[in-house]
Design a protein around this ligand. Sequence first.
Ligand code: PRP
Ligand code: URA
Length: 209
Amino acid sequence: MGKIFVCNHPLIKHKITLLRNENTGTKDFRNITKEIAMLMGYEAFRELPLVLEPVKTPICETMAPVIEGKKIAVVPILRAGLGMVDGILSLVPAAKVGHIGLYRDEETRQPHGYYCKLPENIDERTAFILDPMLATGGSAVEAVSLVKQKGCTSIKFLCMIAAPEGVKTLSEAHPDIDIYIGNLDEKLNENAYIVPGLGDAGDRIFGTK
Ligand code: PRP
Ligand code: URA
């Protein structure tokens, strides 16, 4: 059974508020998204198990902790998830990066896949799937399914803002994954946008509107 973790770090809360502000421009939005991803990465990596390995320092031999077993794959959902990649890679620079391209049909709200390229041995890795927004949950459910189809059994989903509806849909469809949330917002509006949210994350990161 996976867990649902709502981050309570004050820096995460503060920075999400900066993103919500409609006057925050593209450059700041992009930088702050990266900073939040890094802070959320700290929370998510806290869980990784450690084992002791021998190491020879200039002074002596000792046993010192390293992350056990599984290596990491970072998988942003295009486009907006791209904004979180550098923040995570600043913590685990050797991680492999896969990409899943999905867009949400504005009428039906259903996700449409247009790209999927994942590290070959993702079945041997813990996958960190990144998307700033978990709204209806359709995109996240699809992305997790694609990663599972490649044999990956250790999956963590990181989002900056989630609606309760999306958390329910994702956790019911994939009860075995861990979900990390920067802030749990109030609800979805009639257009399936998160309230109060921050608008369209992809457009704000890339300045396309
Ligand atoms: C946004 C967001 C998520 C999705 C969330 O992407 O980045 O991927 O919507 O909505 P859902 O939970 O209802 O599926 P969008 O489809 O706008 O694509 P974009 O990142 O390319 O703008
Ligand atoms: N996608 C976004 O970018 N924002 C929302 O509020 C919902 C879906």
